[in-house]
Design a protein. Structure first.
Length: 218
């Protein structure tokens, strides 16, 4: 139902709560709130876009996600942090992660970020529409590939896997990726930049853990 879908989509913007040890240290709550704020802004714009073309059920779903994210800017953020952080600690913190697939996912995330950066340089709605028409299938292909790799990384049942499964479903069936690209906003670029940075840090931490006493699976 829409309530469950909106709850899962909200977690997309909280995937940064992965509690991995990284060389640069942990992220602070203010940075979590920045990401949630970007997600709230983006989903509000997606809701308005869908409503403008008569997609009322899609607009309602996007508004529900935005409302949950708005609550996450307050005390609700801590519960979300706990759920995601505990999933990571329980299932992945002790080296049970496919870092080869993670490295490949990071590479594809960087490719997606380059595309989105190019898109944000478009000056008009017509230019953005033309860009999306030329590049959507390529962006979709790489997005699906990256999400498939993340499913190999987060292979244990829990919040993190649920996030990736929900995003993949929305990308393939729900049109969320195309809507975000059509908007061409800096909110999307900011979200992807944060996610790219965190996945890169997680990849570095996983590789370090693997090299400090474990050999990679062949």
């Amino acid at each position: 139902m829409a309530g469950n879908a909106s709850s899962s989509l909200t977690l997309v913007f909280l995937i940064i709560l992965i509690a991995a040890p990284t060389p640069s240290g942990s992220f602070f709550p203010s940075q979590y709130r920045t990401l949630v704020s970007l997600g709230h802004s983006l989903m509000t714009r997606v809701a308005n876009l869908r409503a403008s073309r008569g997609d009322h059920s899609g607009a309602a779903l996007a508004r529900a996600v935005a409302a949950r994210l708005e609550r996450g800017l307050g005390l609700g953020l801590w519960g979300m942090m706990w759920s995601t952080g505990w999933d990571y600690f329980r299932n992945y913190a002790w080296g049970e992660m496919n870092w080869r697939e993670l490295n490949a996912a990071v590479s594809e995330m960087k490719e997606l970020l380059r595309w989105v950066t190019e898109l944000t340089r478009m000056k008009s709605d017509a230019e953005r529409a033309a860009w999306v028409g030329r590049n959507y299938q390529s962006v979709l292909r790489v997005s699906n590939s990256m999400l498939g790799k993340l499913l190999q990384v987060f292979r244990q049942s829990g919040t993190l896997r649920e996030v990736v499964e929900t995003v993949k479903k929305e990308v393939v069936e729900g049109g969320l990726l195309r809507d975000c690209l059509e908007l061409g906003s800096n909110d999307l670029k900011g979200l992807m930049q944060v996610l790219n940075d965190l996945l890169s840090q997680l990849s570095s931490a996983s590789a370090s853990a693997s090299g400090s006493g474990h050999t990679a699976d062949l």
